[in-house]
Design a protein around this ligand. Structure first.
Ligand code: ATP
Ligand code: MG
Length: 237
């Protein structure tokens, strides 16, 4: 099984360092979640992995092969799909057009493959993606990444603002993709949902990894809520 790893990654926005010395592994065939309070740097970590922001130090590696210097436009070709937290569909393009765009950088999956997973999109292919429900838009965004037949998929908060039922459905899809051998990395605000559906969990706080455990072990800890509260930035007076 291939692994996507970052080692000692320090990154941020221009001179500003947001994440420090972060090491993390995403393994094919399993789901790795990244949890942590607002502003912890979860999205920043995914953006750094995708080469979207300045990397000050550290390495990003697939199977011992360094990807440094990371070039965003090559990530899809290297087999890494990314679904950003916001603005992850082209709202005025149709669902079909959104999916087609995902296949440009690297083919390998057909729209039929994607629609077999997200059956509900079959009936709305000609609709502008912006007219769909939140859950369906997330499926389009994930589907677009899947069009490149990635080995690894990084997803930033796929369930934000969605009903618990839809959130559960989306996690079911992510687990199914891991079951087919993909390596899934997910940032999720709903800690319980993340831990019950993941194999591995990282708690990120103030830009650093505070904990790394098997998700089931972390879920079983009685001090979980306390750990999470401790991870909140201290209030400044
Ligand atoms: N484009 C940017 N320029 C400068 N600073 C930024 C930028 N985006 C985020 N930050 C800062 O980086 C820090 C981490 O933000 P980030 O979005 O990674 O957190 P997060 O853990 O994803 O939070 P949330 O749960 O709210 O999505 C915050 O202090 C934020 O203000
Ligand atoms: Mg975020």
């Amino acid at each position: 099984m291939m692994k996507l790893e970052c080692r000692g990654l320090t990154a941020g926005y221009r001179e500003l360092v947001v994440i420090s010395n972060v090491s993390l592994t995403i393994t094919q065939g399993s789901v790795t979640c990244i949890i942590g309070p607002n502003g912890a740097g979860k999205s920043t970590l995914l953006k750094a992995l995708m080469g979207l922001i300045r990397i000050h130090e550290g390495d990003i590696v697939i199977d011992e092969q360094s990807l440094m210097p990371v070039r965003t436009e090559r990530m899809a070709q290297l087999g890494i799909g990314y679904v950003p937290q916001l603005s992850n569909v082209f709202p005025t393009l149709t669902v079909a057009e959104n999916l087609e765009i995902g296949g440009y950088a690297r083919g390998g999956s057909s729209m039929d493959d994607v629609l077999e997973l997200f059956q509900v999109l079959k009936g709305v292919l000609r609709k502008p993606a912006g007219k769909l429900s939140g859950g369906q838009q997330t499926m389009v965004a994930i589907g677009r990444a899947l069009m490149g037949n990635p080995d690894f998929l990084l997803v930033d908060e796929p369930t934000a603002g969605l009903s618990p039922a839809i959130a559960g459905t989306l996690w079911g899809y992510l687990k199914a993709l891991a079951g087919r051998g993909m390596g899934i990395g997910v940032v999720e605000q709903n800690v319980r949902l993340a831990l019950t559906n993941s194999n591995d969990a990282y708690l990120l706080a103030s830009g650093s990894i505070r904990l790394h455990e098997q998700a089931a072990d972390l879920a079983a800890r009685e001090d979980l809520e306390g750990l999470f509260l401790e991870a909140e930035p201290q209030e400044q007076n």
